[in-house]
Design a binder for this molecule. Structure first.
Ligand code: ZN
Length: 271
């Protein structure tokens, strides 16, 4: 069964050329009900102004992207990361976002298990702050091609292990099909994650991929079986927003209102 349009959320990074105001107005005009806000769009707009804009928009504010980047060779760098994540939690609370998504970080040359240890410690140091603010945190495992400098957490199993170790209702996972579609353990780990699945991101894997970061495809234009993964996620109990998160130089070069219509069509046909 097709996903209903009511569940579609779009990331401000998906329509990167738009300001926060243009995104809010463009999504509302297109009948998109949910928005995930990236910090750079919020920063350039202003936190208080952005919060007021979002509050008045009637859009569902789904999450703030992104916190994370915990590992650092120096303790001072790790503390700076914790401070920044606490600020992200405060920003999320200010804009009414119930969730901060964590791109956990990695340092080139640092062993990945050491990176994961530092990530776990960093998250642990933020959980009280998250609880006090009423904002949840979600670990988003990234595709292993980013293990050098973006995330030492590369599988849903590693994310689930961390959630189990920290055992807090304020910590869960984000399942992004782009990052986890290849994983032979995916179905099992999605079932294991269960109610700790806090968010679900979709786009597609373009063949050939021309750029490791900014060549994601519209849903249906790549090789990921998105309906199958959505089925697993929903079987695990997730019934929340379905978020279109598409980094694409090609699509950022288009008229963004026309592109948003393509996103809606791709969502209705291929999610
Ligand atoms: Zn994502």
């Amino acid at each position: 069964m097709a996903a209903s349009i009511e569940r579609l959320c779009v990331h401000t990074m998906t329509t990167k050329p738009w300001s926060l105001r243009e995104a809010v107005e463009g999504y509302a005009a297109a009948g998109v009900r949910g928005i995930t806000v990236w910090r750079q769009h919020l920063e350039s707009y202003g936190l208080a102004e952005g919060a007021a804009l979002l509050r008045d928009s009637g859009l569902g504010v789904v999450s703030l992207c992104r916190g994370g980047f915990f590992p650092h060779p120096e303790p001072s760098g790790r503390q700076a990361a914790i401070d920044d994540n606490r600020r992200a939690i405060d920003e999320a609370a200010a804009i009414g976002a119930p969730l901060v998504v964590l791109v956990c970080g990695a340092v080139p040359g640092m062993p990945l298990d050491e990176g994961r240890r530092q990530i776990q410690d960093g998250i642990a140091a933020c959980l009280d702050h998250a609880r006090d603010a009423g904002v949840k945190l979600a670990i988003e495992p990234l595709h292993p091609m980013y293990a050098d400098c973006r995330s030492a957490v590369t599988t849903l199993k590693q994310a689930n292990d961390m959630v189990a170790a920290l055992a807090s209702p304020w910590l869960g996972v984000t399942v992004d099909v782009y990052h986890v579609w290849w994983d032979p353990d995916l179905e099992r780990e999605i079932a294991r994650a269960g109610s700790s699945i806090f968010s679900f991101h979709v786009c597609d894997w373009r063949t050939p991929t021309r750029d490791l970061l900014n060549d994601r495809a519209l849903m249906g234009a790549g090789c990921i079986d998105i309906p199958r993964i959505r089925g697993w996620v929903e079987q695990a109990g997730f019934g929340g927003w379905i978020e279109a998160e598409i980094f694409s130089d090609e699509h950022w070069g288009m008229d963004q209102a026309a592109y948003l219509q393509q996103i809606k069509t791709a969502y209705l046909n291929h999610v």
